[in-house]
Design a protein around this ligand. Structure first.
Ligand code: FMN
Length: 196
């Protein structure tokens, strides 16, 4: 499969077969992630592969708990905004209280080293490499939003062994997909491209 075909075939996959993703395949996906560009070749990323479903449930509960705490503070939201830097406020308020981590053989946490500029963006490029390579290998997955809320749970962060100076910025479920969803419609190129 060439790159363009893999990009076109990649879809958000949410239903998976029971079988595990082999450790070597996970390592290969992370190697391909590490080929992504980053400022000064800083490679400001770290990945935590979680196979323990109970731990995934704990992460889901932590996202919901933190979202509920923020929801309670909504009259004062403007005051707490600085401490929510980098988190998507709308996602937190509307979605995170019900956030569901789809049942998958693998849950991948993506952590950024904030001592580098644009570390979160670099992580996003690495994650896209993973999703495209996964497609080429017959795997699939999707992002799970709101996960940055778990940074507020120091106990969980230390259980997950998030390296010092890193912050959880994204997460993915991954596995062998059961179905092939249709491509959600995209904006026309004429709408998203302008020339000057
Ligand atoms: C930052 C981000 C967060 C997302 N969060 C979720 C999520 O929490 N749950 C989910 O099922 N899909 C999530 N998605 C997947 C999108 O819903 C999906 O990419 C979009 O609907 C377009 O579909 P496609 O990826 O199949 O082209 C997320 C995607 C991104 C980029």
């Amino acid at each position: 499969m060439d790159a363009i075909e893999a990009i076109e075939k990649r879809r958000a996959r949410r239903n998976f077969e029971e079988r595990d993703v082999p450790k070597e395949t996970v390592e290969e996906l992370i190697r391909i992630a590490s080929l992504a560009p980053s400022p000064y070749n800083s490679q400001p990323w770290h990945f935590i592969a979680v196979r323990d479903r109970l731990l995934v449930d704990e992460i889901q509960a932590a996202i919901r708990r933190q979202a509920a705490r923020i929801w309670k503070m909504r009259p004062f939201l403007k005051l707490v905004l600085p401490s929510l830097r980098g988190e998507r406020i709308r996602e937190i308020i509307e979605k995170a209280p019900r956030q569901t981590i789809h049942r998958a053989p693998l849950f991948l946490l993506v952590c950024a080293d904030d001592s580098w500029p644009n570390a979160e963006a670099s992580c996003a490029y690495a994650v896209q490499n993973i999703l495209i390579a996964a497609t080429a290998l017959g795997l699939g997955g999707t992002h799970i939003g709101g996960v940055s809320l778990i940074n507020r749970d120091r106990r969980l962060i230390s259980r997950l062994n998030v390296p010092n100076g890193f912050r959880v910025v994204d997460s993915l479920v991954l596995g062998f997909p059961r179905d092939t969803p249709a491509t959600p419609p995209r904006k026309a190129v004429s709408e998203i491209l302008s020339w000057r």
